[in-house]
Design a protein around this ligand. Structure first.
Ligand code: FAD
Length: 412
């Protein structure tokens, strides 16, 4: 099929934007590709920011997604430190502030997410930090160390990863969480397991309480005041209360948004000249029958590939199986599938061994598997769920049942 050379502009050069550009070339696109990155650094991986990089086990050189020459060789016009400031849908143009404007035939929104604002007194004090980018990670890394008192607000993935790292480098950690650790993301047994594990790492938990204020001394955070009146002394306060989709430009341009840029099953936004992918996209998740926004490398990468295939004449509804990982101390949590609507969890193995799996069933069908330090079972679960292979709760819980054999029966 002959296609004239188009202008494709991508806003955001995170996991989604970089993959979209790379996949367009892999799929044979000869289009002009402009990749706009609001950040000055060579586009980089975010997961190490709360793990190896934060611990000092990886330096800046380990972070880039691709070497600089990749962009040159693939004729991807990467614009670093350039902010898209306005989308003009009628004119098919993206304004770039002082850096001019770019016309597009197709626009890919891959703008990611930003930390959810945390509006309490003292949230603007020095030493109150969130973690989303390299600068944030460098600021946190600088302040961690032996004896440093760290209060982590929010026991989500990033909060707990930072807590484990802070302890590993000799800090003292208090985690404040209004509900349960990882409560929105994992099953009750896995949540309980991580609560116990972080206590063994040395974290102190204050569960079921909120935060009223952060108290300062000489302009810097000195203590966190909890809703039950406790004053938790702090040299560093990490706010890990989640993120919001970065959909502000899309909203201003009149695209339909609702906790992210609303897209259809092909990841097309309300204007057909626009796609949205990754953390900023709210898309129909066929397996759970609802609109979802996922925050994971897998989702960003697979959605990018899907859009690249569509733009090169191979359209298909987005249907990749969600999966995710999180490293907390020496524990690797991996999740395959989605736990929405799961009505039964069974365990395979014993959490006290620090290696087990939780299998979640929705109306009798396997929907999600959480594994801790069991990489092979995670890989098998991906094939079993992805291939819709039959497995009962009893089989899943039986350590003698051969998961690998079942997984291998899936069509490649
Ligand atoms: P992002 O990676 O956020 O990239 C979006 C980019 O767009 C940013 O660079 C932003 O500056 C830029 N941008 C936004 N607006 C504009 C604009 N107007 N103009 C120009 N540029 C703009 N996921 C996992 O699966 N496993 C993990 O272990 C894991 N760990 C994580 C640890 C941390 C500390 C963080 C922050 C995230 C982690 N994630 C993890 C989540 C994962 O990194 C995200 O889901 C992924 O980065 C999403 O990719 P994205 O491209 O959609 O967005």
């Amino acid at each position: 099929m002959f296609m004239s050379r188009r202008s494709i502009v991508i806003i955001g050069a995170g996991h989604a934007g970089v993959q979209a550009a790379a996949s367009l070339r892999e799929e044979g696109s000869d289009d002009s590709i402009v990749l706009i990155s609001g950040e000055p650094d060579l586009p980089y991986q975010r997961p190490p920011l709360s793990k190896a990089f934060l611990k000092g086990a990886m330096d800046l050189a380990g972070l880039p997604l691709r070497a600089e020459q990749f962009y040159r060789e693939k004729r991807i016009d990467l614009r670093r430190g350039v902010q898209a400031t306005r989308i003009d849908l009628a004119a098919r143009r993206v304004e770039l502030g002082k850096d001019g404007a770019e016309s597009f035939d197709h626009l890919i929104l891959a703008a990611g997410a930003r930390p959810r604002p945390f509006a309490i007194p003292g949230a603007d004090l020095d030493g109150v930090l969130t973690l989303r980018n390299i600068a944030d990670a460098a600021a946190i890394r600088e302040r961690l160390g032996p004896g440093r008192r760290v209060v982590v607000i929010g026991a989500g993935f990033i909060g707990l990863e930072i807590a484990a790292t802070a302890l590993a480098v000799g800090g003292e950690v208090t985690v404040v969480e209004i509900a349960r650790p990882l409560g929105r993301a994992v099953s009750p047994p896995t949540s309980d397991f991580f609560l116990d594990a972080h206590r063994v790492f040395g974290a102190r938990f204050r569960l079921g309480v909120g935060v009223n204020a952060i108290e300062g001394a000489k302009g810097a955070a000195a203590a966190v005041i909890l809703s039950d009146g406790e004053r938790a002394p702090a040299d560093l306060v990490i706010v890990g209360v989640g993120v919001l989709a970065e959909d502000s430009l899309a909203r201003a341009a009149g695209l339909v948004c609702d906790n992210g840029v609303v897209v259809d099953a092909h990841l097309v936004a309300s204007d057909p000249a626009v796609s949205a992918i990754g953390d900023c996209a709210l898309f129909p998740q066929h397996s759970v029958g609802q609109m979802l926004r996922l925050e994971s490398v897998q989702n960003a990468t697979d959605q990018a590939k899907s859009v690249a295939r569509r733009l090169t004449g191979k359209p298909a509804p987005y249907a990749a199986l969600p999966w995710f990982w999180s490293d907390q101390g020496d524990l690797k949590l991996q999740i395959a599938g989605l736990s929405h609507g799961v009505d039964r969890w069974v365990l395979r193995g014993n959490p006290t061994d620090r290696a087990f799996a939780a299998f979640g069933f929705r109306a009798g069908a396997l929907a999600a598997v959480e594994t801790v330090n069991r990489g092979a079972e995670h890989m098998a679960a991906r094939r079993i769920i992805g291939g819709g292979l039959p497995i009962s709760a009893e089989e899943a819980a039986d350590p003698a049942f051969d998961l690998r054999k079942l997984a291998l029966s899936a069509k490649a």
